[in-house]
Design a protein around this ligand. Structure first.
Ligand SMILES: [Zn+2]
Length: 257
């Protein structure tokens, strides 16, 4: 969670459509949603799209679904949830035909979390009826990721990585491997969830495990490498140096507390 601010520009030349979608690599896009500035991403496959996070409500999710259908002419067939916070998961119910993936334990976490997520969404300013309708139809992940799970939409290697507890009890990163051909097209794209935030300080709520957070970022850096584009849960796309600096800042911040 963080307040929205102007995109300061990322490390790569990227196209941005009028609707706010940025192309990070061929067939890999993301946009920053209004209100809580949460990121959603998508990877084009042959017959469907893989979506990373789903928006903060069923209405937001439906808008994302329709925009992607308009851009690619393909439905979302897989939804991957990076962690169990309302601004990332409550839109998942808008993708009724999709398989929903998340870190192992997210199914149990979300199964009883409707009321808590509704309260959290309302607390952050979502209208009551929108929050209630979204919480009521909360989608529980049916596909648990333990360790790493490799998918290959459109022949592209996409690795879902369970990073355990850090920003939340169940953090998961999505690593979209580059084509290895060099240049912008060849870059790996790492969707970090809220393990990384650019538009504000990383948010450590009561369900965070700050002591484990720096190690999760070390793992993220080893997965993506020096040249990857790192997509934060909130804010502009960053590079490895930014993630490393945030890791060091978190280590200092929580060593003192
Ligand atoms: Zn979060």
């Amino acid at each position: 969670m963080a307040a929205e601010r102007e995109d300061a520009g990322g490390p790569a030349a990227r196209e941005r459509s009028a609707s706010g979608w940025e192309e990070l690599a061929p067939g890999v896009v993301r946009r920053r949603l209004p209100r809580w500035d949460a990121t959603v991403g998508a990877v084009r496959g042959t017959s469907g799209l893989l979506l990373v996070d789903a928006g903060a409500s069923v209405e937001e999710g439906a808008r994302v679904r329709d925009e992607l259908l308009g851009m690619f002419g393909l439905p979302v067939t897989r939804v991957v949830l990076t962690h169990p916070h309302f601004d990332h998961v409550l839109g998942a119910a808008s993708f009724t035909a999709a398989r929903v993936y998340a870190a192992a334990g997210m199914d149990v976490r979300l199964a009883g979390a409707g009321e808590e997520l509704r309260r959290d969404a309302e607390h952050h300013g979502m209208p009551g009826d929108e929050a209630a309708a979204s919480a009521e139809s909360l989608a529980v992940p049916g596909h648990a990721v333990r360790g790493e799970l490799t998918l290959s939409p459109g022949g592209r290697e996409v690795v879902l990585v369970d990073l355990g507890a850090a920003h939340s009890p169940h953090d998961l990163a999505v690593v979209v491997r580059g084509t290895g051909e060099g240049g912008a097209d060849g870059r790996t794209v790492v969707f970090c969830g809220d393990l990384v935030e650019e538009s504000g300080e990383p948010q450590a709520g009561p369900d965070a495990s700050p002591a484990l957070w720096p190690a999760a970022l070390d793992r993220l850096l080893s997965l993506g490498g020096q040249d990857a584009l790192y997509v934060p849960g909130h804010g502009a796309v960053v590079d490895a140096a930014f993630v490393r600096a945030q890791r060091d800042g978190l280590a200092r911040r929580f060593a003192q507390s």
